[in-house]
Design a binder for this molecule. Structure first.
Ligand code: V47
Length: 354
C-alpha cells in the first residue's frame, strides 16, 4: 500500500489492478489522496453552473432496464413536446441567469430528424449566447440508425444546427456483459466511445458518465474509467467525469442490495485518482443527493453540476430533482460546507465567484 500511495502522491499513473486494489483501502486515506489532487488543481473552488434541463420526449424504442423515464408499462404516460412548448420553456432563460440548456430525449422513432435538430437552431436563433448541450451518444446512434446516416453526418448536422457540446449520458457501464444485461440493443460501448472520439476530432468537447450502484462490480467501474482514460489520452475532449448513482424506483432492474454512501465516496475518490487526464469530477447532486455531493467535495469532486430547474430522467426513478435547486440555497450550501462556489460556463470558464 505504501508504494502505491507514494506513486499516487507523486502523480504517477496507476494501472487496472492498482486502481481496483484502492477499493480495499480505508475511505479516509483514499479521501485524503483524492482531496490533495483536487486541491492541487482548484484549491477551495467548487464549480457549478446555472442551467436548465429539458427532456422533450419520453417515447423510446429502446428498453433499458434501469430507466424509469421512458414511457412503458411502469410509466404509461408518453409525451412529445412541440417546438413551441420547448421554446416556451426557454423563454426568459437569459433573464433567469441561465447560461446552458441541457437537452436529452428518449429515442422516439416517430418524432423525425428535423424535430430533433430544429429545436437547437430555434433556441440559438432566439438566444445566441445560451450554450446548447444536447444529444447523448445514445441519441446520436439512434438517429444515425433511424435515418440511415453515418455518425459523421449526424455530428455535422448537430454542429450546423447549433449544438455546442455533448452531454455524457448513455455511457452506463462499458463492460459488455453488464451492458447487455441492463441495456441490450442500444449504443454499444465501442460505438459510444467512437461517437465521442469523432466529436472531439471536430474540436468539440463533451462529458462522460458512469451509471453505477446496480448490478455492476467494482472491476466494471475501474474498466469503465480505464476506457475513458484511454480515449482521453488520444483526444483530450472530455471535460468532466460524472458518476451517476443508480436510482431504483419504477424500473425493471431488480437490485437487491443498494450501494452505500461509503462505496459511493470511494468511487469518487478512485475516479479522481485514476482519471489523471480528465479535468473535472462532477458529483451530480441529483443522483448522489445534495448532502452526499457536498461531502464528495472532500473526496475529489470539484463540480456539483447546476441548478437544473426541471429534471425528468432521474426524478422518474426516485431522485429528488424534479424541480431543480434554488440558486441561493445551492450557493449557501457550498459555502457552508467550506468551499468557494464558482459559477462556470459549460466549458468550465469561470464566470463569477459567489
Ligand atoms: O444516460 C437513467 C442515467 C443519464 C437512471 O453531461 C439513471 O453534464 C440513475 O447523462 N438511475 C442522463 N441514473 C443524465 C446524464 C447527465 C446528467 C447530468 C449532467 C450530464 C452532463 C449528463 O441518466 C442516462 C442514464 O445513464 N439514468 N436512469 C436511474 N434509474
Amino acid at each position: 500500500m505504501r508504494d502505491l500511495e507514494a506513486k499516487i502522491r507523486v502523480g504517477e499513473r496507476i494501472n487496472f489492478d492498482e486502481a481496483l486494489s484502492l477499493y480495499d483501502w480505508d475511505l479516509f486515506t483514499l479521501g485524503q489522496l483524492a482531496d490533495a489532487k483536487r486541491r492541487e488543481r482548484y484549491g477551495n473552488k467548487s464549480f457549478f453552473n446555472i442551467n436548465r434541463h429539458i427532456n422533450p420526449t419520453n417515447v423510446c424504442k429502446d428498453v433499458c432496464k434501469f430507466c424509469a423515464y421512458s414511457a412503458s408499462r411502469k410509466n404509461p404516460n408518453p409525451y412529445t413536446m412541440s417546438h413551441e412548448e420547448i421554446l416556451g420553456i426557454v423563454d426568459g432563460i437569459v433573464d433567469r441567469g441561465i447560461k446552458e440548456v441541457h437537452i436529452v430525449s428518449a429515442h422516439n422513432p416517430e418524432a423525425g430528424l428535423e424535430w430533433y435538430l430544429q429545436v437547437f437552431a430555434k433556441i440559438k436563433a432566439k438566444y445566441p449566447s445560451v450554450h446548447v448541450k444536447a444529444l447523448t451518444a445514445a441519441e446520436v446512434h439512434f438517429l444515425a440508425e433511424q435515418y440511415a446516416k453515418s455518425y459523421d453526418e449526424i455530428l455535422d448536422l448537430m454542429i450546423e444546427y447549433g449544438v455546442d457540446s455533448m452531454p455524457g449520458g448513455g455511457a452506463e457501464i462499458f463492460d459488455e456483459t453488464v451492458r447487455d444485461y441492463i441495456c441490450k440493443g442500444k449504443v454499444t460501448s465501442q460505438q459510444w466511445l467512437e461517437i465521442h472520439r469523432k466529436w472531439h476530432e471536430r474540436g468539440r468537447e463533451s462529458n462522460v458518465t458512469m451509471l453505477f450502484g446496480h448490478v455492476e462490480k467494482r472491476e466494471h467501474r475501474i474498466d469503465h474509467m480505464m476506457r475513458v482514460r484511454d480515449l482521453q489520452d488520444q483526444t483530450g475532449g472530455f471535460n468532466a467525469f460524472i458518476p451517476l448513482v443508480y436510482q431504483s424506483e419504477n424500473n425493471f432492474l431488480h437490485v437487491k442490495e443498494f450501494i452505500t454512501a461509503h462505496e459511493i465516496l470511494k468511487t469518487y475518490a478512485i475516479a479522481r485518482i485514476v482519471l489523471d487526464n480528465v479535468a473535472h469530477l462532477k458529483a451530480y447532486w441529483v443522483t448522489s443527493t445534495v448532502s452526499l455531493a457536498l461531502v464528495a467535495q472532500e473526496f475529489g469532486a470539484d463540480d456539483l453540476d447546476g441548478t437544473i430547474e426541471r429534471e425528468s430522467i432521474n426524478s422518474a426513478a426516485g431522485a429528488a430533482s424534479a424541480h431543480g435547486i434554488d440558486l441561493a440555497q445551492f450557493v449557501g450550501l457550498i459555502k457552508n460546507s467550506g468551499f468557494t462556489p464558482v459559477e462556470r460556463d459549460s466549458l468550465y470558464n469561470e464566470i463569477k465567484i459567489w
